[in-house]
Design a protein. Structure first.
Lengths: 637, 637
């Protein structure tokens, strides 16, 4: 307990919760982090695919970036409207559920879940990528660094950081600030040099041209670049967190975020072309991220360079945090509709949805391990989920406007319709372009998740129906008293106590002993002396001592079989198996004794029926030497 | 169950056991494997230490080998006598226990346990070393290969190989045969060439001389070479397995084993010097074992070379098997004296002591992992245990002869006394020479093991005394009926069944519900309708429904605390906690429901006292829709 306290903090009471109300200044770090940080891996993902074209590839980066920025603007106008329409929080799942129905909403939910796992994985791996660019000797430790950061993020989230805004503010503004300075510096150098600036720190030599350009390649570049759009929907989920006028504040925040992101994307792609920066092979020695090369080209590898890299690392790791903030809330919403295990509904000791956080951490870790923590390998899986969620959410908005049919509804429906159309096309493009590289994994995972939702819902429904009770309790249930079965290994206080408890339940007691040839004879002798004599004295029917043969030396199986046979022989009677158990003082002492009591209880539960009850009669070492039942609260933990 | 059947075979009945009676032909592979196989790593261990002396080091190998062979002969004569004196099997533990008392016997037991773990680890790692010499590309996979072989040996032993003799015979004789042929071939080549034979396959270049010879170094070389003696005691453990005249047959077997081992040691050390073979650095690329170099020097890397390497690999892996055969029997003997957990006494489904086998496998795996599967790093830990056991066993024999004082007892006592003295000296030499390299681990482990024996024995004794029962059972125990506490989450058939069971036990029932604000109101309403009405109708006291507050959202803790408080308030009464449990049809369905019932049961056991009993009232989904209690044996597993 105390270790848990130390690691994730003391439990918080329900009353300790408080709402925070934020404006755009705090809103940008909290909701914009995910979107803004994608400026660090979106262009990189696109440029990596252009490596085979060598320096020639740079000709294509500006038109492709323009297309991506146009897409970004369309999505922006769509989400502005969603914010106004759903001031209570309009995540894709909610919007799809209200407007499109259960099935599409589950598809949106599955897409979002996939997307959040990838956000966490890509954020962390891209952050580590930035670190490796600055300190190349860390390259062999890529995966360990990724998992280390994941553990820290998980613990921080289990603690439930209340002042998240403050923690996020500094790195976010540092990130945006340094990047804007780099872009400004780069533009000035380009102007001065007449369009052909010389890098301050020499760049790695451009790779040789190994392929010719094809439309197919450009399509793939566009698809990879689209990952820069992920995270744009975050503001629409959290309108409630803004201070009044909430909708206006949220819209203003979204506007600033999109404006900054567009600036960063445009600036980076222009300068990459001007300086002639070609991506390096990720996961190989000598790898350097685009932003690292750009920064060192504009300002050299000085103090400013390391500040920039540090802010990139921080922002990317924190963007993983965005996934940790939203994923558990999403899972809770899904679990409330019985589509996910109910455990996702319960808030843990720190008022956070611990199961959701842990689930996300485990899935992210698996993903990082499977892809060795290399961003470039994760990118093809990404974006499918995000754009599918965009599409469903925007399509839901169209239905929303149609249902309401307020003034100017056609205009609103058109804006969202355009958003749905464009993002829908993008889903198809990304799927086709990235299918072989990894989009197929997403395409397989999302329907499996939807099927899982269905399975969970059906199971809960089944249990609910099966256990529904519309009958009165019948206190004095008629029929014979239960039969008590007491498994006994050797004669001891433990056995005595179990038999005495059994006499409270019923006059019909059967003691069973599995005959392994060890102390059967001794048991029979003590039985006559200590048990039968006691019963005869008080004039009660003597319990039977039954020796069960066990040619294969099994202990549990013969008892289990006996109880099942007995239950079949007496179909109207209950059977109570009283299991004498020795409780040890210290956990390691359990290794010195067999855990057959537990095992028997468990196998009776699994193989038994509902007329078979198990009682565990605990015996505590070191308490009461006689029978002077001293009430003593033991302090064991 | 069926998977276990497939992996380790169907259960065997007690009656299926049968004794095998063997002669020297089968005895040599079964009991001699461990000893003979040490010819493959003993000389290697000694020569590795001579690497810094370069070619000069070879001058010292023959005198050191002579000393080791002399030691071997002394030990041989000692054990011949032990065999005659303990025809029922004279392991070091037994001999020490009968003659020296409990403490020395525990020391011998701890030494033997250490030795067996090392036998298994060294055998496997040396076998893999031979394989790597033949196929150098496997070098990076050393550890995986070691663990793979360990898993195979473990499974084979859990199956309980009955025809072990046959399996062992071929590789053992192949090993001895090929080595003898190599020695003969090498001797002939040496004779023909006039003492300076040229190797058929060129040897790796000898390393440069980096150190001067010191007595200290030669002492270390001797200590490492002494590992060649491990396994000599095996025959004395198993005299009973021989056919009549058992003692004669066992002695004859021992004689042949020692003769062969001495021949191998002498031959290998002579040829190593003649051919100028210097050891290569183990665990580094380019490593080759001594026997691999010797074989290829004498006959080249042809078919015969690979047959030899294969037989070495097999014999070394099987020598690990010797540890697997003896370790569980030793542990059983110790457990029968209550010095080890009783689980070691029970024979598993295949009539073998499964716990012992698994324990050895786990400890060996840990050792292999810690030392990356490199024989040379394990060697310093080895031999201490074996020679300590030798010493104690021989010292015990001296006492034995003194106690009996038969004819010629002085002569017998002298032989064993010489053995005890020489091996005792060797223990000290090995300890001193190898202390820093790893013998300190053994020196730490053995006393810890002895302390553990003491702890286990004291604990069993304590439990035995505490639970000793010399009182009659008191069937109709006086006093009030127990109090029943029924934790209820929501109203359902599961809850109904638990309450009905509680009414059998006592009229005083308290239902407790932890108020998390979820469905407390609903529960109160249904409670009046379905429970209270039922009780009022039958004129019984109505059970109380208690709402337990839980500001920190804990579920188990408030119930546990309530039960403990109740128990303190009623120090004379028993409390029965009836836990309604939903039993799922399939294992994965457990993830969809909380396991609070189990957790509550467990925490009541740990924190409770012996007046608190728990009853698990199972509810099976899909059975009885009404209450027409259909007796149905479920087929779940």
């Amino acid at each position: 307990m105390s270790f848990l306290d130390l690691l994730i903090g003391k439990p918080l009471a329900n009353t300790e919760e408080r709402a925070e109300q934020i404006g755009p200044i705090q809103g940008i770090p909290i909701f914009g982090l995910d979107a803004l940080s994608s400026a660090a891996y979106g262009p990189e993902a696109a440029l990596t695919l252009l490596i085979p074209l060598g320096l020639l590839g740079l000709h294509y980066i500006i038109p492709i970036s323009a297309a991506i920025i146009a897409l970004l603007l369309i999505v922006y106008f769509s989400y502005r409207q969603t914010i106004a329409a759903y001031p209570g929080g309009g995540g894709s799942y909610t919007v799809a559920r209200y407007n499109l129905g259960a099935r599409p909403s589950l598809l949106a939910a599955a897409a979002l879940i996939t997307d959040y796992i990838l956000t966490a994985a890509v954020g962390i791996s891209a952050g580590v990528g930035a670190l490796i660019s600055a300190v190349p000797s860390l390259q062999p430790h890529t995966l360990s660094l990724c998992l280390g950061i994941l553990v820290v993020v998980t613990i921080v989230n289990l603690r439930g950081v209340r002042e998240a805004g403050l923690v996020f503010m500094l790195p976010t503004y540092l990130f945006v600030g340094t990047l804007l300075i780099i872009i400004a510096g780069g533009l000035i150098r380009t102007l001065i040099s007449g369009g052909h600036p010389a890098p301050v720190t020499p760049l790695p030599p451009p790779p040789p041209v190994t392929e010719a350009v094809t439309y197919w390649l450009l399509l793939k570049v566009f698809s990879s670049g689209c990952t820069a759009l992920t995270g744009v929907e975050a503001v629409s989920n959290g309108v409630k967190a803004f201070r009044e006028p909430a909708v206006k504040n949220a819209q203003r925040t979204l506007t600033i975020i999109i404006f900054l992101l567009a600036m960063l994307l445009a600036g980076i792609s222009y300068l990459v072309k001007a300086f002639g920066i070609v991506a390096t092979e990720p996961g190989k020695p000598g790898y350097q991220s685009i932003l690292s090369m750009l920064t060192s080209a504009v300002f050299g590898k000085g103090f400013f360079y390391y500040v920039t890299i540090a802010s990139i690392l921080l922002v990317l790791s924190l963007s993983a945090n965005t996934a940790f903030a939203d994923f558990p809330r999403l899972c809770r919403a899904i679990a409330q509709n019985n589509y996910l295990p109910h455990a996702f509904r319960f808030r843990g000791r720190r008022l956070v949805y611990s199961y959701g956080i842990l689930t996300l951490a485990i899935l992210t870790a698996l993903l990082l391990i499977a892809f060795r923590g290399i961003t470039d390998r994760l990118i093809p899986l990404y974006a499918v989920g995000a754009f599918l969620a965009f599409t469903l959410s925007q399509a839901g908005m169209v239905v929303h406007w149609y249902k309401k049919r307020g003034p100017h509804w056609r205009k609103s429906a058109f804006v969202n319709g355009l958003g749905a159309f464009v993002t829908g096309i993008t889903v198809c493009v990304v799927l086709v372009a990235k299918f072989v590289e990894g989009a197929w994994i997403t395409l397989l995972f999302i329907p499996m998740l939807v099927m899982f939702f269905g399975f969970v819902r059906r199971h809960y429904h089944y249990v609910r129906v099966q256990t529904l009770c519309k009958e009165r309790v019948q206190p004095a249930n008629p029929g014979a008293p239960p039969l008590a079965v007491v498994p006994i290994d050797r004669w001891s206080r433990i056995a005595k106590q179990a038999i005495e408890f059994a006499t409270r339940l019923t006059p019909e007691i059967i003691a069973v002993h599995v005959d392994t040839g060890e102390h059967s004879e001794l048991l029979r002798a003590t039985w006559e002396r200590w048990v039968e004599a006691g019963f005869t004295e008080s004039g009660r029917p003597t319990p039977e001592l039954l020796m069960l043969p066990s040619p294969y030396r099994f202990i549990i199986l013969p008892i289990l079989q006996y109880v099942l046979d007995l239950s079949e022989k007496h179909p109207q009677r209950r059977i109570v198996v009283v299991i004498p158990e020795l409780v040890e003082g210290r956990w390691y002492e359990y290794f010195l004794h067999n855990q057959r009591g537990r095992l028997l209880e468990w196998s009776l539960q699994v193989r038994g029926n509902e007329r078979i009850f198990t009682v565990s009669a605990p015996y505590y070492l070191g308490e009461h030497p006689g029978s002077g039942h001293e009430p003593k609260l033991s302090k064991r933990v």
